[in-house]
Design a binder for this molecule. Structure first.
Ligand code: SAM
Length: 287
């Protein structure tokens, strides 16, 4: 480990996403020598610091006090402090706090240094089997089905890997949306519990991967969802609900309410989901 003194400035320090061995020597040095560590959750970070016998004082820095705390930390940085910022796990600023303070520090002319290390998206990508040549990290998928489907529909097609953070209680719904928009045979990868004891990569068609997860008593763990979409012309086109309703009215004279019921049954979705999707499509047409 290099033993030079730590220069004043802000250090964005990556910490492990599960396996404590993934801390870097440089991260340990910076965390030891910093005047203060700003943490997303001080109790969580204290476990890491105890493990590595680091006694640096900590303060909380999270979504709810980010703006106010940033001002305080900025004043200390201007006075020459060395401040490390860490999130609960992984790289600060990536779906985690850190970005606002980094921007404010840069504007104030303070040195900002990355201390690279673990990150769930990049770890998932490199072992996914999908191309890492061009990829987009999208952060968390939208939580509501309508917004999620709009987000998925807007993704560019072709040889490009898309990465999403997802939670265990929403992954099945998210995979259903992927299947209904891009077809049951769409290839996906779910990277679960990376670097931890139960690390696993589920690879296959969206139907297979969803089936593997749905067969479990409970879907648990942290996960990243990855896929590439086929080029536009080969993408399976699912008829919109609005078009299907209109077709049933035109060809068979079925009223909208009954048409919706039939479509929901055929597509294996609830009537309320089919209705919400119809409203979403109609709103999109009006825009
Ligand atoms: N800053 C973190 C990073 O650099 O990856 C991400 C923090 S974000 C609040 C937490 C999300 O990251 C989880 O919901 C999950 O999608 C993903 N994640 C974090 N750790 C993971 C792991 N060990 N395995 C798979 N996904 C993980």
């Amino acid at each position: 480990m290099q033993d030079q003194a730590l220069a004043p400035g802000l250090y964005l320090v990556a910490t492990p996403i599960g396996n404590l061995d993934d801390i870097t020597l440089r991260a340990l040095r910076v965390l030891t020598q910093a005047d203060k560590i700003a943490c997303e959750d001080t109790r969580q970070t204290q476990k890491l610091l105890n493990h590595f016998a680091i006694a640096t004082p900590t303060i909380s820095y999270h979504l709810f006090n980010e703006a106010a705390r940033a001002q305080e930390l900025l004043a200390e940085l201007k006075a020459g402090a060395r401040i490390a910022i860490v999130s609960d796990a992984g790289t600060p600023g990536i779906a985690d706090p850190g970005g606002q303070l980094a921007q404010a520090a840069i504007r104030a002319g303070i040195a900002v240094s990355p201390i690279p290390g673990a990150n769930a998206a990049i770890s998932a990508l490199i072992a996914s089997g999908l191309s890492a040549e061009t990829f987009t990290y999208h952060g968390f998928l939208e939580s509501k089905s309508g917004a999620r489907r709009t987000q998925l529909e807007a993704l560019p097609r072709g040889p490009h890997t898309h990465l999403f953070y997802e939670t265990p209680h929403r992954i099945l719904e998210a995979l259903s949306d992927v299947a209904s928009l891009f077809g049951d045979q769409q290839h996906v990868v779910v990277a679960r519990e990376l670097t931890k004891l139960h690390e696993e990569f589920l690879r296959g068609t969206v139907l297979e991967v969803r089936g593997m997860l749905a067969a479990r008593t409970q879907v648990r763990g942290e996960m990243v969802l990855l896929f590439q979409l086929p080029p536009e012309e080969r993408a399976p086109q699912t008829q919109s609900i609005a078009a299907a309703v209109e077709e049933l009215a035109r060809l068979e004279g079925i009223p909208e309410k009954d048409a919706l019921k039939r479509i929901a049954r055929e597509r294996n979705v609830s009537k309320s989901d089919a209705y919400r999707e119809l409203q979403r499509e109609q709103a999109k047409l009006k825009r």
